[in-house]
Design a protein around this ligand. Structure first.
Ligand code: GLV
Ligand code: MN
Ligand code: MN
Length: 398
């Protein structure tokens, strides 16, 4: 049996938050390859070494702490959203570190640790694990740009001095990722743990509407080719049309919009925006794509605009491994009897990619008020400790 130390685990979790701590409460700004992200990875590598693991950075900045021989792999990511919380990703990495070192202390099963790079998609969608798993080619990834036009190739060069080759996935028997739920269900039900059944799929692309930049005082309304008005019409029509395709679990988001030239007195000539949609059914994702493309083309045509679509990135819906799921469920029932459930993940996770390489599973702990991807993200520390016990229990099971 692996005896984890919740105080040591929480202390490290708070230390990791010190890299990029921002905003009110426990906010964090630690996007992939930022100074804070790289400093956090250097610190984590040191903690891994102290835990008896061999730190290893791969060519895209994924950081592994490798146990000797064949081992189970635990972890998540330590990069954050442009405005994020202290637990998204960080929890799974520090929980992995604690289980690994506690396992060493009792001469338990070998446990390796990973912090994947750019899970939060500064350059796409779960970039580091997508490349490691073969879901995304390195050449293709290198061409991806962030919202300021920096390429992935340029960003990862910032860690090149630390990098070695890619780790052979064959050395791992399976992968378990602990994470906050990031939604309201466990919190509202007063439950402590979720065992993930499957992770939804995602599609994500940039859409550009081009019109005509002109004077905001002198250009009559009927002569305008206003890119923002096109975007506004697209959004309203899309919400209406998707109703025929979606279920209550389907979600779609326009989260980033850039108007050019972005000024009070200029009719915007260009709108570039992100379009993302998620669902547990690949066929529904395809049907949504058709509606999105047709609606954008129709709006552009009506408003005298042109439309172009960027590369579409995506991950398929992914079931979790039955055996690992059962181990997590048995451990949850032992640690928190009657206070856990099986549930789908509406958020994306590195586990989707890793599941291509080896059996993979996930467990969730509640998010207070269901808030995440925001400075206000938090979880009761008692729930964090319960999740840690469940993880250790599943890994240590005979
Ligand atoms: C990952 O953070 C996601 O966007 O679900
Ligand atoms: Mn995450
Ligand atoms: Mn996230």
């Amino acid at each position: 049996m692996i005896r984890v130390n919740p105080e040591r685990f929480l202390a490290d979790l708070h230390r990791l938050r010190g890299f990029g701590a921002a905003g009110v409460g426990k906010g964090v700004v630690r996007p992939a390859y930022s100074e804070a992200d790289i400093a956090a990875r250097d610190w984590l590598a040191e903690r891994m070494r102290e835990a008896g693991l061999a730190p290893h950075v791969d060519p895209v900045g994924n950081l592994f702490g490798l146990a000797e021989g064949r081992s189970i792999l635990l972890g998540s990511h330590s990069d954050s959203q442009p405005e994020g919380g202290w637990l998204d990703g960080a929890l799974g990495v520090i929980a992995a570190l604690e289980v690994a070192r506690a396992s060493v202390e009792v001469g338990g099963p070998p446990v390796s640790v990973v912090s994947f790079q750019d899970e939060e998609g500064r350059f796409g969608v779960t970039t580091g694990s997508a490349i490691w798993s073969g879901n995304l080619g390195l050449d293709e990834a290198d061409r991806q740009t962030d919202r300021d036009g920096v390429t992935f190739a340029e960003a990862r060069a910032g860690m090149a001095g630390r990098a070695d080759g890619f780790v052979d996935p064959g050395r791992f028997s399976g992968f378990v990722e602990m994470h906050i739920e990031q939604g309201p269900w466990l919190y509202e039900a007063g439950e402590a743990v979720g065992v993930v059944t499957d992770i939804v799929g995602i599609r994500d692309m940039r859409i550009t509407l081009d019109g005509e930049q002109n004077h905001a005082g002198t250009t009559p309304m009927h002569r305008r080719r206003d890119a923002f008005q096109g975007l506004s019409r697209f959004n309203a029509l899309l919400n209406d049309r998707l109703r025929n395709v979606v279920t209550p679990q389907t979600v779609w988001t326009i989260g980033h919009v850039r108007l050019h030239p972005d000024a009070h007195s200029i009719v915007p000539g260009q709108a570039v925006f992100s379009m993302q949609w998620r669902d547990g059914c690949a066929d529904r994702l395809r049907r949504m794509e058709a509606v999105i493309r047709e609606t954008a083309a129709e709006v552009a045509d009506e408003a005298g605009l042109s439309v172009s679509f960027g590369d579409m990135l995506g991950l398929e819906p992914m079931p979790m491994d039955d055996t690992l799921r059962d181990a997590l469920a048995a451990s949850a029932e032992a640690v928190a009897p009657g206070r856990w459930r099986r549930m789908q993940s509406g958020a994306l996770h590195d586990a989707t990619n890793v599941a291509r390489l080896m059996p993979a599973a996930m467990l969730f702990v509640p998010s207070i008020d269901g808030i995440s991807h925001a400075f206000a993200e938090d979880t009761d520390e008692a729930d964090l400790a319960t999740g840690l016990e469940v993880l250790a229990g599943a890994v240590g099971r005979p």
